[in-house]
Design a protein around this ligand. Structure first.
Ligand code: ATP
Ligand code: LTN
Length: 337
């Protein structure tokens, strides 16, 4: 039986944090053996907000190294850079022309990011979800593992595919596969260390709000020491009055590999003075193997280059075949005449 296909990606903007790891990449690693996977570094998405050309390339390379360091296995997964496969840009244009403008204006992430940027909002930022739809639809992905914040973008992807099939599919033969989101219950929404009601995010101006996968033990210690807590003794999950407590206990549970029950029992009588050092140690220990592997990969640039080259070649075969199908359905004159 052929395996179902998975596609996902992360933008090479800033450092990968525990939210990206627990909400996305760790789940990719957990499920990868069951699927045929494509994981891309979505560098075209990274330029939808003002960016620095001096660091884009390096950040893209670092993100790919982090995918490998987190445990992406090339036996069952392909790692590639979005801009290396030209079909992503081309399909975006084609989908742009069938996507109603008001579908994009409704996107929560666009509204939030547009407000933050004031005057300087690009057409690319509005079009970001169509590019994301192209990423997914090019690979006929069955499943898309992401954090909770991407749910709306996935619904849009499904709507775009359905609209395309409806308008251009022949005799009920769909052109594009409609993907399903894969959002794990735990870790889907890791919250900021400085405000338990806001998601941990790369674009938060405060470094203290997030723990990055490459933070040193001292940085981790300092951030957990300063993180927001509450005056109550004893830690509990799921108390709406205690968002910080729920977040920190969830981090402890996920990073220690314990069950929810085990973590709840262990921490039920702890004060913050006892819990914070425990969380610090657990975090440092959980990130150490990733950090060591990352260094090893970054020290072997030739290897990393070859992974990305091979990845782009494999990805292009699948992507170009979907693109041809789409162009045929739209009635373009074939270029092979
Ligand atoms: P930005 O804040 O600039 O939008 P981001 O931190 O949200 O960036 P992305 O590159 O947009 O990072 O997201 C990559 C993946 O990480 C996505 O699957 C997203 O759903 C997931 N993710 C991001 N933040 C969190 C979070 N706080 N908790 C769980 N998952 C998250
Ligand atoms: N918008 C996503 C990143 C992203 C993505 C994708 C995720 C771009 N293309 C395709 C899954 C599938 C985000 O996490 N901000």
């Amino acid at each position: 039986m052929t395996k179902q296909r998975v596609l996902s990606g992360v933008q090479p903007t800033g450092n990968l944090h525990l939210g990206n790891y627990l909400g996305a990449i760790r789940n990719w690693v957990e499920i990868q053996q069951e699927y045929d996977n494509f994981f891309c570094v979505v560098d075209l998405h990274a330029i939808t907000v003002p960016h620095d050309p001096k660091v884009l390339g390096d950040n893209t390379l670092k993100m790919a190294a982090l995918y490998l360091a987190c445990g992406i296995d090339l036996e069952c997964s392909t790692i590639f850079v979005q801009s290396h496969v030209k079909a992503h840009s081309e399909l975006t244009w084609l989908l742009n022309c069938i996507t109603p403008l008001n579908w994009l204006e409704r996107m929560i992430q666009f509204k939030e990011k547009a407000v933050k940027q004031g005057e300087n909002v690009s057409v690319g930022l509005l079009d970001y979800p169509v590019l994301m739809a192209a990423d997914i639809l090019l690979y006929d992905a069955d499943r898309v593992p992401v954090g909770e914040d991407q749910k709306q973008h996935l619904e849009l992807t499904r709507d775009i595919a359905a609209r395309f099939n409806d308008k251009f599919g022949k005799k009920k033969q769909p052109v594009l596969k409609i993907p399903e989101p894969l959002i794990s219950k735990q870790g889907a929404r890791v919250m900021s260390l400085t405000d338990g009601t806001k998601k941990m995010s790369k674009s938060d101006p405060s470094e203290l709000s997030r723990i990055n996968l490459l933070d040193s033990p001292d940085e981790i210690k300092r951030k957990i020491k300063k993180c927001k807590t509450d005056p109550v003794k004893g830690l509990t999950f799921d108390d709406p009055e205690r968002p910080e407590c729920n977040n920190l206990l969830t981090l402890y549970q996920l990073l220690s590999g314990k069950t929810k029950e085990e973590a709840a029992l262990e921490c039920q009588d702890m004060g913050w003075g006892q819990f914070k050092p425990l969380l610090t140690e657990t975090t440092i220990e959980a990130l150490k193997p990733i950090q060591d592997k990352y260094q090893e990969i970054m020290d072997n640039r030739d290897y990393l280059d070859s992974v990305l080259k091979e990845g782009a070649t494999k990805a292009a075969v699948v992507a170009n075949s979907t693109l041809s199908r789409v162009k045929d359905a739209l009635g373009f004159l074939s270029s092979s005449i």
